[in-house]
Design a protein. Sequence first.
Length: 412
Amino acid sequence: NIKDVFRCFICMEKLKDARLCPHCSKLCCHTCMRRWLCEQRSHCPHCRAHLHIHELVKCRWVEEVTEQLESLKFVSQNNKSHTKIIPEDSCEIHKERLTVFCNTCMTSICHQCALWGGDIHHGHSFQPIEDIYKQCSSKISNEVSAIRQRLSSFVSKAEELDKKIEKTKRAKEIAVQEVQVTFNNIASRLDRQLKHKVEKLRGQKDSLSSQMHSLEQFLCEIDRDISIESLITEDVEIVFDSEVVPRFAHGSFHIKDYTRKKRYGNPLFSRILDTHGLKWRLKVYPNGSGSSSGEFISVFLELHAGPQRTSKYEYRIELVHQGSPHADPKKNIIREFASDFDVGESWGYNRFFRLDLLSREGYLLHDSIQLRFSVRHPSYYARCSDLEWVIDKLEQKHQNVVAELGKLKDVI
């Protein structure tokens, strides 16, 4: 029927701020469709066509038609009600219709009460109830108009916010595309590096195969050693240069006379590793530290000099296998982590390795152990930030040297 035509197909209620889908021409509330598109999926829930909030068609005629239908319904109901006097609209005393409003008592009365009311309404101020109705209707209409204007402003603001949401989504998609393009370019450059390195290795392999074939033919006649290493003219690194994460800087610490130094319990420090102005060193407790004393060797990495702020760095600590007759690099103990460092602060492992297993498993040889450590910035952005600190420090040092030279010139 006609009610179903002017009913929202989402909430199944009366249309409010009606909108029309440009694909299936179904009517819906603006609020219902906006919530559906923002919180569910970007398509029409009726025809499943792809849809954005700005594509909805505003139907101002729906509100006018609805008001006309309601007014016709109201008129028909009034015509039926005028055929008889409603008990609520009649005077309780005279049983007549209420046609006068008493301003003093703020109540509706009949004309008999106004004229012959006696002491009840004597000297009161009266007005026809039609005038009071018109005044109240005018006030209500003004309030309704003001509310509708405010509602219209809210709707316009909501539409602006919807547009901003769409713009934000598009901006995010553009940013994602830019990041994808950047990483695709990085991946393509890494692929080219891989291709170049593989071609070199294959060339070396072909050279080795040719020489091996020649050696097999004359093996019975040749009584000398051939060094295979001499055939490899260039060592190809298997580490790729990343455009996102910088390389590790490496250092080593060889601790001799380990048994004697373990008895003292004092920490041992490696040589300073300078990484672009930042100074690092390895801090080792041969007999363990704290609760691990006497059971584990404790190894820490210390930021000896750097910027006066907390920064994150990635580090790796490695205990080298020295077992006889041959050392096995696969048995090296490697610990990797990332921590926030301040100047003078140490991070590492209180329980790095058990003391009773050092000699038994080949890590303690000739009363000495060998440690390696590596450290790097988590990104080139962090590295550039620290380099700014180094540059500022060098400029300050340069200014001090220039000032000292000036003083020496004045003395001379």
